[in-house]
Design a protein around this ligand. Sequence first.
Ligand code: M6R
Length: 606
Amino acid sequence: MCGIVGYTGKALALSPVLEGLRRLEYRGYDSAGIALVVTEGGPLWVEKRAGKLSNLESTLGATNPDANSGIGHTRWATHGGPTDLNAHPHLDNDGKLALIHNGIIENYVELRELLEARGHIFKSETDTESVVHLLSDARKSHGGDLAAAMREVCAQLRGSFTLLAIHSDEPGRIVGARRNSPLVVGVGDGENFLASDVAAFIAHTKHALELGQDEVVDITATTITVTDLAGNVLTPREFEIMWDASAAERGGYPHFMLKEIYEQPKAIADTLIGRTAGLSAEIIGGIDLEGISKVVIIACGTAYHAGLVGKYAIEKWANVPVDVELASEYRYREPSVDASTLVIPISQSGETMDTLMAMRYARSHGARVFAVCNTNGSTIPRESDAVLYTHAGPEIAVASTKAFATQLIAMYLIALHLGRVRGAITEEFYAEIGAEIADLPDKVEQVLETVEPLRALTREFKDSSSVLFLGRHVGYPTALEGALKLKELAYMHAEGFAGGELKHGPIALIDQGTPVIAIMPTSNSALYEKMASNVQEVKARGAVVIAIGDADLASATHNIRIPTSHDFLQPVLAVVPLQVIAYEMAVARGNDVDQPRNLAKSVTVE
Ligand code: M6R
């Protein structure tokens, strides 16, 4: 939800700033803009354009201004449409101070009124512009000290923000701040970076610093100072980035999404390393898992679907009740939660505002929080009592694939661990399921070897007005995930239903030729026959049925075979053809696969 990058060093700044924006474009692509300090004390060099970064790049052509520091922004619009004027950076009325922002300033209306009354002239409809005018005044009252001004301004803001600012009086200096939105520092050799995500500077340095809530960072090419809002100097946590630049590149694939689909065997294997024998005390932290009376999983979108699968596994293997909550709904109904509740937020980015706020609510009521997250050092794990990191590596495509696969693995590992500490499963059972989980990377590889025919099959229902997905048991959340993928990538109406629920209403949607994708339970499962009956019901009403399962279903029009697995583990395999179908459908319909319309990868607003 907006990507932010800042560079200061010896190189001409345009290139590292543009490179950072390319790597952060997954966060928002409504507009892009850059500000550079070319002339000390003069007007800033600024270019900004509505639309994707490529629009800005074509405007720039071969331009490469003589500037060694600058900031860049790629926007997901909140306040004000995606226009050139609303694009960041925003400038003060002197044209010497530039600011970029990720998040929402909730008190921007009152600030704007106050600033307009003081004579400031606004040019955009954004909430951000209030901040640059406020910062301009504060800087003047602090004798030109931009960091002191930033501290004062942050104390006056309500909402969520990452802010970066530069002033032409001080070439080489960038000041940033964060509250509820991400900001990391990349520590280079004679150059330093600020960015929403380490991907922005991974090609230059693997050494990074984490910033906490309400911290202000002040960098030059050779210095980094972090303070709290009172000005006290802090020592930020350092970390090394474990993946290299190639992980954030397409590597010969036409789209990041396809690459990430094919990376799933490795992502699962990496997430299992050192964990098949059990979760270490280091992961569990100080959480007393034996004393819990209830588990609450909170998440959004795809991560929510992983949580739904987790509910089946935890309730069955650990014998503890589980609620799975849409994070955006959770705290507003003021649910009952106490110290005996284990809350599991699931988030790829670790920055999803809905999940963060729901988790904070639970924590403030005494719950213990055990996060599942893919992004080291992000806000959700930072604020949790313990964290199980998934090792999917960077997920760049907006549609989540390999992160989902690893979130499922995390759910199984947590369910087994809880089952063990609560004495709900035997060691034999643990070993048996553990061996099945360890086989999943190979089985996903087998699925990937057979997906080619889906290209032609998908095109058969490319013009359908609606596609329905059916599943039972863990196949139900898998169906929901298949429908979400198709909606966000193909812009088609798609719905997932529990097979047994059809007859209570949704079956009225079935018409002659309606495509129905049925996720069949494993053929040895007691639910197989029930689901086969549900398929007959839709077929009898004209549906074209595509069945996904470990055996061919005679009544299906098309069968997609996946390897046999333990029935609880089947989503890891069944979701792969669903991802490929959504991918192929997006390609067939001419959509932007990696950056679908209206979406952003990290949703850092409520
Ligand atoms: O970063 P998170 O896992 O917290 O993100 C949650 C959802 O926004 C995310 O899973 C979203 O639904 C995906 N784009 C779906 O493919």
